[in-house]
Design a protein around this ligand. Structure first.
Ligand code: ZN
Length: 92
C-alpha cells in the first residue's frame, strides 16, 4: 500500500456537496504517480508535489475562498509626530 491518509489538526474545508475531504499522500515518487491529493466521495484533485498545492486546487475546484486574515487592527500604531524639521540642525 503506497497510499496513506494524513490527518490534519484543522479539518479540510468540505466540498461543495458538503463532504469531508481526505488528504491522501501517495508515497511513490511523483514520476511514478505519487504525490498529494485531496478527495471526497464526489471529487478529487490531481496529484501534486506538495499538500499545499493540492489544497489550493481543492479550494479552486470547490470555489472555496480562503478566509482572509482578520483585518488589520485599526491604527494601533500611533503615528509619532514628525520632528525632523529641526533634526538636521541638531546633527550638524
Ligand atoms: Zn464531495
Amino acid at each position: 500500500m503506497t497510499q496513506r491518509q494524513i490527518d490534519h489538526d484543522t479539518p479540510l474545508p468540505p466540498c461543495r456537496q458538503g463532504h469531508a475531504p481526505r488528504h491522501i499522500h501517495d508515497l511513490r515518487r511523483q514520476s511514478a504517480g505519487g504525490g498529494h491529493l485531496v478527495e471526497c466521495r464526489c471529487c478529487s484533485t490531481a496529484k501534486h508535489a506538495t499538500f499545499e498545492d493540492a489544497l489550493l486546487e481543492w479550494k479552486r475546484i470547490n470555489r472555496i475562498r480562503t478566509p482572509r486574515p482578520p483585518a488589520r487592527p485599526v491604527a494601533t500604531v500611533l503615528q509619532l509626530p514628525l520632528r525632523l524639521q529641526g533634526a538636521g540642525k541638531t546633527l550638524l
